[in-house]
Design a protein around this ligand. Structure first.
Ligand code: AMP
Ligand code: TRP
Length: 336
């Protein structure tokens, strides 16, 4: 397939410096599968990261770690564009224009905003947190992405992005592609090992519920062996057994075997035996990632070169879109 006919995939994630199994199975691994036959852009959204209180030096460090982790997970810089959002002029500019088209009520109704702003430990809630989904829409529309692969929790934000694309096209004239969302089937929602009613998350107050890709094998085993289950004995993915269903989902994602087959294969095992199988599978899945990460983490010159290449290509595309948008919005041409 030649460049011009390839569809554009774009997705982004926050520079947490840590990815957990939910990020990997629900997102990053799915992105890798697009590399060969799509034009791929992967943004590390450092501007999103400042919507909640943070420490600048840590943001810088974790942005490098995040790009190193992505590369270790298989996002080969020779096959895709890895860029930092703040390196590309246009994200915040387009967000402003889209924001002027976005009803306030729609932002106030966003599940993620409500969750984050109403948490007991939310602390200071800046208006950036409310505006976040508009910036996310700009991230996507700036590149005229065809497909946006994300986890299920981001579906509502993509809906907003689609609404804003349509509203812009109707208000001015046809400009943006209305992007499609792609949500992986297996592992679309990995849950906390300690509270399987909640998604696995780095902000889980109980950190033993969250397995990080860089956790050493003994820690992975410990977390999985102490996962919350139930008082029954059956290894089945039933709604009333969220803990076991989650472990089955994790095993399915780690081994590529459908849940139904796993239920049959492990019927009759004790929960302890089953957890040991899950732990082995996850450890084996993480081993090559950890090895590659240790080779590149700390090689700042290499990581900077990856960012530069990514930003150069991303910027060329972003400028094109921004120029078109500014013209349609009625701004006078920028003096040269
Ligand atoms: P975040 O770390 O929240 O910025 O998420 C990065 C990507 O991972 C997004 O596409 C999320 O939808 C996805 N993701 C985060 N947590 C989970 C989870 N527990 N299960 C599945 N996907 C997730
Ligand atoms: N909001 C997304 C998350 O928390 C990250 C994100 C920002 C994103 N901009 C994006 C994802 C654009 C896809 C496309 O996971």
């Amino acid at each position: 397939m030649s460049e011009g006919t390839k569809k554009t995939i774009l997705t982004c994630a926050q520079p947490t410096g840590q990815l957990h199994l939910g990020n990997y199975f629900g997102a990053v691994r799915n992105w890798v599968s697009f590399l060969d036959d799509h034009e791929c852009f992967f943004g590390i959204v450092d501007q999103h990261a400042i919507t909640t209180p943070y420490v600048p030096a840590e943001l810088r460090r974790s942005t490098y770690r995040t790009v190193a982790l992505y590369i270790a997970c298989g996002l080969d810089p020779a096959k895709c564009r890895l860029f930092a959002q703040s390196h590309v002029i246009g994200h915040t500019e387009l967000a402003w224009i889209l924001g002027c088209l976005c009803p306030l009520g729609q932002l106030e109704r966003m599940t993620q905003f409500k969750e984050k702003s109403q948490r007991e430990d939310a602390g200071f809630v800046g208006s950036g947190l409310l505006f976040y989904p508009v910036l996310m829409a700009a991230d996507i529309l700036l590149y005229n992405a065809d497909i946006v692969p994300v986890g299920e929790d981001q579906k509502q934000h993509i809906e907003l992005c689609r609404d804003l694309a349509i509203r812009f096209n109707n208000t001015y004239s046809e400009t943006f592609k209305v992007p499609d969302v792609s949500i992986p089937r297996d592992g679309a929602r990995i849950r906390s090992l300690q509270s399987p009613d909640k998604k696995m998350s780095k902000s889980d107050p109980n950190q033993s519920g969250c397995v990080y890709l860089l956790d050493p094998p003994d820690r992975v085993r410990k977390k999985i062996m102490s996962a919350v289950t139930d008082s029954g004995r059956e290894i089945r993915a039933l709604p009333e057994k969220p803990g076991i269903a989650n472990l089955l989902g994790i095993l399915a994602a780690a081994t590529g075997t459908p849940v139904a087959e796993l239920e049959a294969a492990h019927a009759g095992k004790s929960y302890g035996e089953f957890k040991a199988v899950v732990a082995d599978a996850v450890i084996a899945c993480l081993e090559p990632i950890q090895k590659r990460f240790s080779e590149i983490d700390g090689d700042k010159a290499y990581l900077d070169s990856v960012f530069k290449e990514g930003a150069d290509t991303a910027q060329a595309r972003a400028y094109k879109t921004l120029a078109k948008v500014y013209r349609k919005a009625g701004f006078v041409p920028r003096p040269r």
